[in-house]
Ligand binder design. Structure first.
Ligand SMILES: Nc1ncnc2c1ncn2[C@@H]1O[C@H](COP(=O)(O)OP(=O)(O)OP(=O)(O)O)[C@@H](O)[C@H]1O
Length: 467
């Protein structure tokens, strides 16, 4: 095993910041989704460098020890997998583990070069491999950055958080582009919180207000401005005085309101419906939309688009930032009221390995329902029916049988006998080879023979193929 840069402060800064690095991110463990113990394994810089992944001898947070990343996961073998740098690429190989190593849902039988975004499953622990620039790698190793209610290990989000943090103190309008549910409002609130502005954060969903009410709603109206206007109304924009206006789904704003909004931004004043004079207003503008509706051909006023796009921030969809799933899942489960939660490998593959078109909101809904349905057991596929797709069959579930956990160290020491079914399952899987079954159960063959006698399981000849 080559040189490992596990404990260096800035492992790749020496290599120059223009370099890229491959980092393996430990995302979450299926057995404890609330642990939020994600972490980043240091990048390998030289050919021949490498590290191993194996089971931690006791329950404790996942950690690097010398050349091994130790996971408190019963389904991980003592020495499970290895990552080695060869020919400028990181190769993942199974180290003879009992339950196998999976890349993109397929069990690997030879060293596999890892590619950006690859999902890796080791035991019941999920990893994501990312190829990132040197600065991002250092930030990731240091634990990522806080973005809204959670931490992020995603290079694109970290970059965005830093930019938004710096822009927050200015009054530069910000335009957020992202798919639905990807966290546009979270980003807008983040800017508001960092802005130090004393006024409120006012979110306006431009797509949810009936067209004939939009102007009154946004800019307010004078008393008697139209029938039914019995009282003067301030409007949403002026109610954000000294704070931030967040215009969500700006692409849905009707044409006439677009013209008034342009004036409001340019002149820093709004004219209530029925008024002949504008009123000064001090607000910070943040607009958000799905990128498609804000394109050149969308019919949206180009001058307003230019005004709003002081800084354009693109939020990556969740499927491109799976390294954040650990923090997000732990947070969303907490919000859904789950103190503890686990998930079956099949359900995990469907949920975390799918496309997640509805992004964080879809994840939130899926977990919220699952928490209600799961009872005392793990989250399983039927609890995720709202996802309406991505079943185990589609995803070609890598393991058919539920895996049997490795014997814990305590069980080994005390030679505690596992249940009969566990022993029979191990014998079945090892095709009757007692030696192999004993290895799987983590005990000596003689111990297995004693257990078999005690449980009345007939002994088999060494290596014979059971049927
Ligand atoms: N980084 C995050 N940490 C925790 N929760 C998040 C994060 N990003 C998004 N969420 C949650 O996901 C849901 C959707 O987020 P948000 O409303 O910000 O998305 P959006 O892009 O504005 O959605 P829409 O396109 O529907 O307006 C919210 O409940 C939000 O709390």
């Amino acid at each position: 095993m080559g040189h490992l840069l596990a404990n260096t402060e800035d492992p790749i800064e020496e290599a120059g910041s223009s370099q890229t690095a491959g980092v393996l991110v430990f995302v979450l463990r299926y057995e404890d989704l609330r642990a939020a113990d994600s972490g980043v394994l240091p990048p390998l810089t030289q050919d021949g460098d490498g590290f191993e992944i194996g089971r931690a001898p006791e329950v404790r947070p996942p950690a690097f020890e010398e050349t091994r990343f130790l996971l408190p996961d019963r389904f991980v073998s003592r020495l499970h997998a290895r990552v080695v740098r060869r020919g400028g690429r990181d190769l993942l190989e199974d180290a003879g583990s009992r339950l196998g190593t999976f890349v993109r849902g397929e069990r690997i039988h030879a060293p596999v070069p890892l590619a950006d975004g690859d999902l890796v499953e080791i035991g019941q622990s999920l990893f994501v491999y990312r190829i990132v620039d040197a600065t991002s790698a250092v930030r990731m190793i240091r634990g990522g950055l806080t973005f809204g209610p959670t931490r992020s290990l995603c290079p694109e989000i970290m970059r965005l958080a830093l930019d938004l943090g710096q822009l927050a103190r200015t009054v530069e309008p910000i335009l957020l582009l992202a798919e639905t549910g990807a966290g546009k409002e979270i980003a807008a609130r983040y800017v508001h919180e960092k802005s130090g502005r004393a006024g409120p954060f006012v979110a306006i969903d431009c797509g949810a207000i009936p067209e004939h009410l939009v102007e009154g709603e946004l800019f307010g109206h004078r008393r008697g401005a139209f029938s039914g206007a019995h009282e003067e109304r301030k409007g949403r924009i002026r109610s954000a005085e000294g704070g931030t206006v967040f215009l969500d789904e700006i692409g849905n704003l009707p044409g006439s309101a677009q013209a008034s909004l342009l004036r409001a931004i340019q002149e820093r004043e709004v004219t209530p419906v029925g008024a002949d004079q504008g009123q000064k207003v001090d607000v910070r503008w943040i607009a958000a939309t799905n990128a498609d509706v804000f394109s050149e051909t969308s019919g949206f006023r180009a001058d307003l688009r230019a005004r709003l796009a002081g800084y354009v921030a693109e939020l990556p969809p969740l499927r491109e930032r799976r390294e954040d799933l650990g923090f997000l899942v732990a947070h969303l489960l907490g919000r859904a009221g789950a103190e503890r939660a686990s998930i079956t490998p099949t359900a995990a593959r469907a949920l975390f390995g799918g496309d997640l078109p509805g992004n964080v909101r879809e994840l939130e809904r899926a977990l919220g329902t699952a928490v209600v349905l799961m009872g005392d057991g793990p989250i399983d596929l039927p609890h995720l029916s709202a996802l309406r797709a991505r079943t185990a069959r589609e995803k070609k579930a890598p393991s058919v049988e539920p895996p049997v956990p490795e014997a814990s160290d305590e069980e080994r020491r005390n030679k505690k006998r596992p249940p009969k079914e566990t022993i029979e399952a191990a014998l079945f899987r090892s095709k009757g080879s007692q030696g192999e079954a004993a290895r799987q159960l983590g005990v000596h063959e003689r111990q297995l023979a004693r257990w078999m006698d005690a449980l009345g399981i007939p002994r088999l000849r060494k290596g014979s193929a059971g049927g």
